[in-house]
Design a binder for this molecule. Structure first.
Ligand code: HEM
Length: 132
């Protein structure tokens, strides 16, 4: 029989002590009956719900025994396309960097306009002084 494919949203709803599902290496496990027996405690299992717990599971370096034990809790596969995409953190532009950028461009304009203004003023003064 083909394994049942679960959507992430559905799996994520099973996040309680009396109803706890985990996603590990693309597979879904209903570990509810194992919570009390888990040598690492029930809390770590509960905090590994609502996400892909593969890293959490592998980071501990579980034994082959643990991997054999988990088989009895297997209830299907996760629909990978429904897993939330890990967002890459891109820091927003800081106030100082935008200030530098904008002050940079406005000072360039000023550098261009200032000599023209001075030149214009010189012409106007010359015109009036000649008249007098
Ligand atoms: C179906 C899933 C899981 C099964 C069957 C399982 C089983 C086991 C077993 C049998 C042990 C004893 C040590 C060993 O044999 O490796 C253990 C320890 C432990 N597990 Fe899990 N585990 C599962 C998932 C998880 C997850 C998702 C975490 C999250 C971090 C976790 C965290 C731990 C921790 C912290 C220990 C204690 C390690 C120590 O004190 O040495 N386990 N687990």
């Amino acid at each position: 029989m083909a394994p049942k494919v679960h959507a992430f949203e559905e799996v994520a709803r099973h996040n309680k002590k009396d109803d706890c599902w985990l996603i590990i290496s693309g597979k879904v496990y209903d570990v509810t009956p194992f919570l009390e027996e888990h040598p690492g405690g029930d809390e770590v299992l509960l905090t590994s719900t609502e996400k892909d717990a593969t890293n959490d599971f592998e980071d501990v370096g579980h034994s082959d025994d643990a991997r054999a034990t988990m088989q009895q809790f297997y209830i299907g596969e996760i629909d990978e396309s429904t897993l939330p995409v890990k967002q890459q953190y891109t820091p927003p532009p800081t106030a100082s960097s935008t200030a530098v950028r904008s002050s940079g461009s406005s000072s360039k304009i000023l550098l261009f306009i200032l000599p023209l203004l001075i030149l214009g003023l010189a012409f106007v003064l010359r015109f009036y002084l000649k008249k007098e």
